[in-house]
Design a protein around this ligand. Structure first.
Ligand SMILES: *Cc1c(COP(=O)(O)O)cnc(C)c1O
Length: 364
């Protein structure tokens, strides 16, 4: 392989980025146009970076159609730190927070909240093996919960929640790390949406949060400065040094999405991509068995099993020999996981679908 040839990267995260974004980063690596320094070297207090930050926030707001009354902030510590910050800020004494135990990530969020206060499990998919997302009508909420926490896409199990629930006065908080920007969503239904960048938005190192101002007014007081959402809002994400490079990349990815039709176009393409693989799976006469129930099938992380672990290992090995990387499922679920985020090309999905058909024909 030539040193610049790119393979098909099915990694769950950090994940594939749009090629035009990488090309632009490469072009500006010695000097941002007219600046004489790279993005890795400029001050986060410089006018140049402030413009980059502003443009990035403006573009994200446009993409997500964020209504007034919301603030966008950038944080560090990954989505995992949000598992702690959410209850630290919003799980008030003498209240309970409701959690959906939808899979590996929802469970982790719940476990951190338990360190902070009382929680109640509004629904659990554990006994069913985390094969589906619940309906809103299945929720069992305590009286006056501090909030309900959901995970819109369980990256490891490959299940996705497609509805924007309406909970009335109960704040809805969503970990959208692995499906943010993959389709339009109704931000007004949420009090807080957070997402680590490295699945669908950019490189690792930065986390986006979209916070409703009204929720902030209910937050706990006296928290450590860096663990308080208000710090980020009041300082426009510049209280301390933010991850300058990661924010730059998120900005370029947002611009790439706007240039390519925004979230409606992303959603169409993501739907088509996922269908190609699920079709190959459904038409394999049971050779491939999807992990997710049909109406919860993720369009971002597609998980399936083969008749034996030996065949799964062979599948991964042969795929790798054909230039497809990152298909081995997470160790907790096993099998195969194909992560096909926004930037993953349709042609790459076609390659996998055709490989799946050939492999099944040979081995069934
Ligand atoms: C990857 C992921 C996380 C963890 O993200 P980090 O940035 O590694 O902390 C949390 N939730 C979901 C849904 C994820 O996909």
């Amino acid at each position: 392989m030539s040193s610049e040839a790119r393979i098909l990267n099915f990694s769950a995260g950090p994940a594939v980025l749009p090629e035009p974004v990488l090309t632009q980063l490469q072009a500006e690596m010695l000097s941002l146009p007219g600046v004489g320094m790279s993005i890795l070297e400029i001050s986060h207090r410089s006018a140049v970076f402030e413009r980059i930050l502003e443009q990035t926030l403006t573009d994200l707001k446009q993409l997500l159609n964020v209504p007034s009354g919301y603030q966008l902030i950038f944080l560090q510590g990954g989505a995992s730190l949000q598992f702690s910050m959410v209850p630290m800020n919003f799980l008030l004494p003498d209240t309970q927070a409701a959690y959906i135990d939808s899979g590996s990530w929802g469970r982790k969020a719940m476990c951190e909240a338990k360190r902070e206060g009382a929680i109640s499990v509004a629904w659990s998919g554990k006994s069913e093996g985390y094969k589906r997302m619940p309906k809103q009508s299945e929720m069992v909420l305590p009286e006056n919960p501090a909030y309900l926490h959901i995970t819109s896409n369980e990256t490891i199990e490959g299940i996705e929640l497609f509805d924007d629930w309406d909970l009335g006065d109960t704040p809805l908080i969503c970990d959208a790390s692995s499906d943010i920007l993959s389709r339009p969503l109704d931000v007004s239904k949420y009090s807080l949406i957070y997402a680590g960048a490295q699945k669908n938005m950019g490189p690792a190192g930065v986390t986006l949060a979209i916070v409703k101002e009204e929720l902030l007014t209910r937050g706990k007081r006296g928290l450590h400065t860096m663990l308080d959402y208000s710090t980020y809002v009041e300082n426009n994400s510049l209280y301390n040094t933010p991850p300058v490079f990661s924010i730059r990349v998120v900005g370029l990815v947002a611009r790439w999405m706007l240039d390519n039709g925004g979230l409606a176009a992303m959603a169409d393409l993501n739907q088509r991509k996922a269908e190609l693989i699920y079709q190959a799976l459904d038409q394999s006469e049971g050779f491939y068995r999807g992990h997710a129930d049909k109406d919860s099938r993720s369009r971002m992380n597609l998980t399936f099993r083969l008749p034996s672990e030996e065949l799964e290992a062979e599948f991964v090995k042969m795929a790798s020999a054909s230039g497809m990387d990152g298909l081995k499922g997470h160790r907790s679920v096993g099998g195969i996981r194909a992560s096909i985020y926004n930037a993953f090309p349709l042609t790459g999905v076609e390659v996998l679908a055709s490989f799946m058909r050939d492999f099944a024909r040979q081995k069934a």
